[in-house]
Design a binder for this molecule. Structure first.
Ligand SMILES: NC(=O)C1=CN([C@@H]2O[C@H](COP(=O)(O)OP(=O)(O)OC[C@H]3O[C@@H](n4cnc5c(N)ncnc54)[C@H](O)[C@@H]3O)[C@@H](O)[C@H]2O)C=CC1
Ligand SMILES: O=C1[C@@H](O)[C@H](O)[C@@H](O)[C@H](O)[C@H]1O
Length: 337
């Protein structure tokens, strides 16, 4: 391995460009050596000012560029399976943005391919596990001082959804974060899902079922509810309250600076995830680079990515049918502990 880990970034849109900036200027121990995007102009903009980056239109050409030792996937979810399998073929460690693969059958193919290799190569970008507040909540629950967790109440609001965002994506893209966070915080599997929806907001694009109210049951007897509202118009808000037998703990309300002026108290509301979770992305990518340079793979695994896809798939069916849908998650292979 070279002194600086050579990373190929696949996809140079919102997340890809931000990860390129992070690899170049924020985290230590890595450098961007290749970028793939079917839109070469976007790729070139994202690497402007960084020397020696191979810009390619095709994923496989970027992976074959000189100096590539690891891969960061930030293309749209449906493109992740092909990219993951191509990286595995070359034995390259990967940090793959969520959702790992939105389609559960494709997600299973990724898990099977990694299992055939007999070693983990992929970390999935569920960055909330690296957020300071989520980590404090996880420690509190693990310590057990509040008693057994009974319920998680979650809120996930975006100012607006990008073009092409579908009703299913509220679940398999947005709520995929809560699915992973709930599995991780509780140490339990999600076993069934029901989706209710109020009359769509007038602020949502025509035909988009937004907001939605998603209710999960777990194998530990807990309930997890998620209000997901991706065109709320007023801010990026992610909250989680754990209600336990002898107390409750809430995160997601105090991130912003409070300003008192002109006879009013104001608190700015972050407008997007790049602001709210900036530190979490930094810690996530630094942890990935550090582990990769030591020849290790840590963080959320391909199995976690697969589990999230299976639960989200059940959620999409629940949305379509209006009924309660059981989650059918196979047994976890030994590779994933
Ligand atoms: N962890 C988080 O909080 C967030 C994660 N994401 C995830 O990041 C990924 C990218 O999302 P955005 O950056 O918002 O999308 P975007 O649409 O802004 O960018 C995607 C880029 O990938 C390129 N692309 C399309 N097909 C490709 C392919 N086969 N290979 C390489 N590049 C390809 C597009 O030309 C575009 O430049 C998605 O998986 C999304 O779910 C997005 C936002 C936040
Ligand atoms: O991952 C993300 C986006 O893909 C998704 O569309 C948003 O709803 C989330 O808030 C963001 O964190």
């Amino acid at each position: 391995m070279s002194e600086l880990l050579g990373v190929a970034v696949l996809g140079a849109g919102h997340m890809g460009a931000d990860h390129i900036r992070r690899l170049d200027r924020v985290v230590s121990g890595a450098r961007v050596v290749a970028v793939a995007d079917p839109d070469p102009e976007r790729a070139r903009r994202a690497v402007a000012g960084i020397d020696g980056v191979a810009v390619r239109a095709e994923v496989r050409d970027a992976l074959a560029a000189p100096g590539v030792e690891a891969v960061l996937i930030a293309s749209p979810g449906p493109a992740h399976e092909e990219a993951l399998l191509a990286a595995f073929e070359r034995g390259l460690p990967v940090l793959c943005e969520k959702p790992m693969v939105p389609d559960p059958a494709g997600a299973l193919r990724v898990v099977e391919a990694e299992a055939r290799l007999g070693r983990r190569l992929a970390q999935i970008g569920f960055m909330r596990r690296y957020d300071a507040e989520y980590r404090q909540l996880k420690s509190l629950l693990d310590e057990g001082g509040l008693g057994r967790p009974l319920m998680l109440h979650c809120v996930h609001r975006n100012v607006s959804s990008p073009p092409g965002f579908t009703s299913a994506m509220l679940i398999d893209s947005s709520v995929s974060h809560e699915i992973d966070a709930a599995r991780w915080l509780l140490g339990q599997e999600l076993t069934a899902v029901t989706v209710l929806r109020p009359r769509p907001s007038a602020g949502a694009p025509e035909g988009l079922l937004d907001p939605q109210f998603v209710l999960f049951e777990t194998d530990g007897g807990a309930l997890v509810d998620v209000e997901v509202f991706v065109n709320c118009g007023f801010g990026y808000q992610v909250r989680c309250e754990a209600v336990c037998e002898t107390g409750s703990a809430r995160i997601g309300e105090e991130q912003a600076v409070r300003v008192t002026a002109r006879a009013a108290d104001r608190r700015a509301v972050p407008q997007d995830y790049l602001v709210r979770f900036a530190d979490a992305y930094d810690r996530e990518v630094q942890a990935w680079v550090d582990a990769t340079r030591r020849g290790r793979v840590t963080g959320p695994s391909a199995w976690d990515g697969y589990a999230a896809s299976v639960v989200a798939g059940a959620g999409v069916r629940a949305l379509e049918t209006g009924g309660r849908v059981a989650v059918d998650l196979p047994r976890r292979p030994a590779l994933y502990g």
